[in-house]
Design a protein around this ligand. Structure first.
Ligand code: PMP
Length: 358
C-alpha cells in the first residue's frame, strides 16, 4: 500500500474550512418536494434567455471573451457608471474571492457581522487572512457601532451584507453613512447586495450613490437571485477604477463562461419581465411574513427572497419538521432557519409547518 500522507500535512488539509453541503429534499409519496435552502429563483429561465443560451452553446468550442466586453458595457449603460468600474466574475462569490486575494496578506483582517453569508469566513481563511466576526445587534441587524469599533490597522476589508443573509435585514442609509465616516479611507468596504432587487425599504441605501461619493466602497451584485441565473455563475462588482483593475488582475482567465455572459446580457434586456417575477416574490414574502406574525412568530423585517426564523435551540427540530413535509430549509447551528420564498404551494406549506411547530 502507498505510504499515507504525513500527519502534519494531513492535519493541515483536514483543518481547512468547508461549505455546508446542500441537503437533498425528503421525497415522500404524493408530496411535491421543494428545496428552499439556497435562495434560488423558483421561476424557470425566460424563453428569450433560453434562445440566447441555445445560440451561445453552438460556440462553446471557443473560449469566452476574457474581457467580458459586451456584458460589462451593458452593465455600465444600465447602471450609469464607466465600464472601467465594473469587474465580473464566476458568481459574486467569485468576485469576492478575487477581492480578498487581491487585498489581503497573511494575518490581515476581514471584518463582517455574524451571522452573515457563510462564504465570508471561508474565503477569508483560505486567503490566509483572519475573519473578525462582530455579532449582529438587536433585531438581527448589523451592529455598525460595534463594527466600526472593531476596525484595526490590520483591517483590509469590511463586508456589509445588505440585506443580510441569513437574517433578511438591511442597514439604513443614514447609519451606513455614519459608519463609513468612521472607517479609515484605506479600508475597502464591500456592500454585498446579492438580494438588492427584493428590497422595498425606502430607508435602504443607494449603494451606487454611496460608491460614487466614496472611493473605498465596492458594490457587489449577482445574476443568481432576482435574475434567476444561479446555475450559470455570474456576478460583478462596481468599484473605483484601481480597485476594479485589481479585481480583473486577481480573476482566473475565462472565469465567466460564454453561456453566462450571453444569458446575463439577455436577462438585462428582459429586466422588465424579470421585475414582474421579483414583485411576485416580494408580495409572497410579505404574505408569508404576515401569516407567520399572525401565528405569533417574531420575524424581523424581511428584505430579501427568504424568511428568517430565529429559533435558538429549536433550530434542528424545526428544520426536521420542514423536512418531514418535503421542505428542505437551511438550518444554522443553534441560531435559526432560513427558508427561501418560492412557489405559493411551498410558501403555504412552510406557513402550515411553522403554525404547527409553535
Ligand atoms: N452574497 C450573498 C449575501 C449571498 O447570499 C450569495 C449566495 N448565497 C452570494 C453573495 C453569492 O452568490 P453568487 O456567487 O451566486 O453570485
Amino acid at each position: 500500500p502507498p505510504t499515507p500522507l504525513p500527519v502534519r500535512l494531513r492535519a493541515a488539509l483536514d483543518a481547512l474550512p468547508a461549505y455546508t453541503p446542500g441537503r437533498p429534499a425528503t421525497v415522500r409519496e404524493g408530496l411535491v418536494a421543494y428545496k428552499i435552502s439556497s435562495n434560488e429563483n423558483p421561476f424557470p429561465p425566460l424563453p428569450s434567455v433560453l434562445d440566447v443560451l441555445r445560440e451561445a452553446a453552438t460556440a462553446v468550442n471557443r473560449y469566452p471573451d476574457m474581457a467580458v466586453t459586451a456584458l460589462t458595457a451593458a452593465l455600465a449603460e444600465r447602471l450609469g457608471v464607466p465600464a472601467e468600474r465594473i469587474s465580473t466574475g464566476p458568481g459574486s462569490v467569485g468576485v469576492l474571492d478575487q477581492l480578498i486575494r487581491a487585498t489581503c496578506d497573511d494575518g490581515d483582517e476581514v471584518l463582517f457581522a455574524w451571522r452573515s453569508f457563510e462564504a465570508y469566513p471561508i474565503l477569508t481563511t483560505m486567503a490566509g487572512a483572519r475573519p473578525v466576526m462582530v455579532p449582529l445587534g438587536p433585531g438581527d441587524r448589523h451592529d455598525l457601532d460595534a463594527m466600526a469599533a472593531a476596525v484595526t490597522d490590520r483591517t483590509r476589508l469590511v463586508l456589509v451584507c445588505t440585506p443580510n443573509n441569513p437574517t433578511g435585514t438591511t442597514v439604513g442609509a443614514a447609519e451606513l453613512d455614519a459608519f463609513l465616516d468612521r472607517v479609515p479611507s484605506d479600508v475597502l468596504v464591500v456592500l454585498d447586495e446579492a438580494y438588492l432587487e427584493f428590497v422595498d425599504d425606502p430607508d435602504a441605501p443607494d449603494a451606487l450613490a454611496v460608491h460614487e461619493a466614496r472611493p473605498n466602497v465596492v458594490v457587489l451584485r449577482t445574476f443568481s437571485k432576482a435574475y434567476g441565473l444561479a446555475g450559470l455563475r455570474v456576478g460583478y462588482a462596481v468599484a473605483h477604477e484601481p480597485v476594479a483593475a485589481a479585481l480583473r488582475k486577481a480573476a482566473l482567465p475565462f472565469g465567466v463562461n460564454s453561456l453566462a455572459q450571453a444569458a446575463a446580457i439577455a436577462s438585462l434586456e428582459a429586466s422588465d419581465e424579470l421585475d414582474v417575477r421579483v414583485k411576485e416574490l416580494v408580495a409572497e414574502r410579505e404574505r408569508v411574513v404576515a401569516a407567520l406574525r399572525e401565528q405569533g412568530w417574531d420575524i424581523p423585517d424581511q428584505q430579501a427572497n427568504f424568511v428568517w426564523f430565529g429559533l435558538g435551540d429549536d433550530t434542528a427540530a424545526f428544520a426536521q419538521a420542514c423536512d418531514d413535509e418535503g421542505l428542505t430549509v437551511r438550518p444554522y447551528g443553534t441560531d435559526g432557519v432560513r427558508a427561501t420564498v418560492a412557489e405559493p404551494e411551498a410558501n403555504d406549506r412552510l406557513v402550515e409547518v411553522a403554525g404547527r411547530f409553535l
